[in-house]
Design a protein around this ligand. Structure first.
Ligand SMILES: [Zn+2]
Length: 109
């Protein structure tokens, strides 16, 4: 279980460097926006979330890291489902406020 970390910032750094290289100005973790998006491109009204595949349950069709643990399911299932539900709420709120939302998955970085 060593690859399961609550905060894995490495994929986030990859995306930040990419955005920077493309000349985009952004802010990080704006606390005034739902879900504190990892990158916020204010003038473009775009936000980017960099999601860990396990914690945010990446679609199993695309990524095996989204698998739920087979042991201790009574602990993990509700916990991971809460993350997924929260993500949906954040995206819905952002879109309603006129933001475009991009999700970058850890396995894609
Ligand atoms: Zn993935």
């Amino acid at each position: 279980m060593s690859r399961i970390r609550s905060k894995d910032t490495k994929p986030e750094m990859v995306v930040r460097k990419l955005a920077h290289a493309m000349g985009y100005r952004y802010r990080i973790h704006r606390k005034d926006l739902p879900g504190k998006p990892d990158l916020v491109f204010g003038p473009r009204r775009k936000v980017v979330f960099v999601h860990g595949c396990f914690w945010h349950q990446h679609d199993l069709e695309h990524c095996l890291d989204g698998r739920r643990p087979k042991s201790n399911t009574s602990y993990w299932s509700p916990k991971l489902q809460r993350n997924v539900d929260r993500d949906v709420d954040h995206v819905t709120a952002l879109k309603a406020a006129g933001w475009q939302v991009l999700i970058v998955w850890e396995c894609e970085t």
